[in-house]
Design a protein around this ligand. Structure first.
Ligand code: ZN
Length: 189
């Protein structure tokens, strides 16, 4: 990403919305915004393989592994406004498991792009599935969208929930129910 070029575009944007880009508070804003966008879109410049970086370990057990309440911060592709919330990931390993911190980093690498929540959820599930050749994967994501909260319908408290289930989480309802119970989203939970 060319930060200088993005800064020029942000300066033009400030003019078009009726601001004076030369006033004191805004002088360095274009460059700050460019740097923020470089970070918030850094997922375009990483791959799942790079993120995981070989942190895949042998495991005998084939029980369900759960990571709850992973923080998610992304930008909606319709308005380029943030959506944010939590993500819960479960998978059943065959012979390999992911390093503990890698699930969170995988979430970040897909979240730091322009996204819709459904696709973000599906991409995370697919990446976990493929990285360890899992028997099954489930991902549930609960997010608030600023494009809904600040404009349009202005539904301040609505949380959007999306899910993606693959392999045994898709085929076996008992496995899916166990996952939902473990993340506290099962019936009666
Ligand atoms: Zn939006």
């Amino acid at each position: 990403m060319n930060e200088q070029r993005v800064a020029e575009l942000i300066r033009e944007l400030l003019v078009e919305i009726g601001e004076d880009p030369d006033r004191e508070g805004l002088v360095r804003t274009p460059l700050r915004v460019a740097r923020a966008y470089a970070h918030l879109t850094s997922g375009y410049r990483t791959t799942a393989d790079e993120v995981i970086g070989g942190a895949v370990f042998a495991s005998e057990a084939n029980n369900m592994i759960i990571a709850r309440d992973i923080e998610v911060y992304s930008l909606c592709e319709h308005h380029m406004l943030p959506f944010f919330g939590r993500c819960h990931i479960g998978y059943i390993a065959r012979e390999r498991v992911l390093g503990v911190s890698k699930l969170a980093r995988l979430v970040d690498s897909f979240a730091r792009r322009l996204q819709i929540q459904e696709r973000l959820t599906a991409q995370i599930a697919r990446a976990v599935m493929d990285s360890v050749n899992a028997e099954g994967v489930g991902v549930v994501m609960e997010c608030r969208h600023l494009c809904m909260m600040m404009r349009g319908v202005e539904k301040q408290n609505s949380v959007m929930t999306t899910s993606s289930v693959l392999g045994s989480f898709h085929n076996q309802s008992a496995t899916r129910i166990e996952f939902l119970n473990l993340i506290g989203r099962g019936r009666g939970a």
